[in-house]
Design a protein around this ligand. Structure first.
Ligand SMILES: [Mg+2]
Ligand SMILES: [Zn+2]
Length: 186
């Protein structure tokens, strides 16, 4: 399964650039433990346009990735792999300023990871705190869970009108709720 990073695994402080700033989201480790126990690979797929914007270096994004993995490891969770889109069409760094197939809501990161790791997209899920995370999942052929701290603590299927979410997208309060949805519907 595919996990957004900032705002989903770790608290999104805005273009997270420093490993010492990384804090796990409430419920992240517990939710991921349940999903790993059910056999899901845990693959991070992250838009990092701060690189194209000149706000952080790729090495800083690597360091933040490593810190997220380290904190989860301390809680008994092993991430499988991490994929990143550093692009933005109007970014300030020419080497990253372009249209690409990997900036979510496009599915390129998920498709690449699935090919690398042998993931069955139809049986997989995308989880993130932004609609574009869910959209990337749907575009890749997955189902999706939108993690939304404003959402009711009781996981609810979407499509009932109020949420105005695309079919195949569920909403949960945190990653524990997301895990409950995924394990119920898989
Ligand atoms: Mg996010
Ligand atoms: Zn990209």
């Amino acid at each position: 399964m595919f996990l957004d990073r900032d705002g989903t695994l770790n608290v999104d402080t805005g273009y997270v650039a420093h490993p010492e700033d990384v804090r796990l989201c409430a419920g992240a480790a517990e939710g991921l433990r349940r999903l790993a126990a059910a056999g899901f690979l845990l693959v991070v797929v992250s838009n990092q346009s701060g690189i194209a914007r000149g706000l952080l270096e790729p090495a800083q994004a690597d360091a933040v990735d490593a810190r997220v993995a380290e904190l989860l490891h301390e809680h008994g969770v092993e991430l499988t792999a991490s994929y990143r889109c550093p692009h933005l069409p109007d970014g300030s760094r020419p080497e990253f300023a372009r249209e690409c197939d990997c900036r979510k809501p496009r599915p390129g990161l998920l498709l690449r990871a699935a090919a690398d790791l042998g993931i069955d997209l139809r049986a997989s899920w995308a989880v993130g705190d932004a609609l574009r995370d869910a959209q990337a999942g749907l575009a890749a052929g997955c189902r999706a869970v939108l993690v939304d701290a404003e959402a009711t603590a009781v996981p609810s299927a979407s499509g009932a009108g109020l949420d105005d979410l695309p079919a195949g997208v569920y909403r949960a309060h945190d990653l524990v709720g997301a895990a409950e949805i995924i394990l119920t519907h898989s």
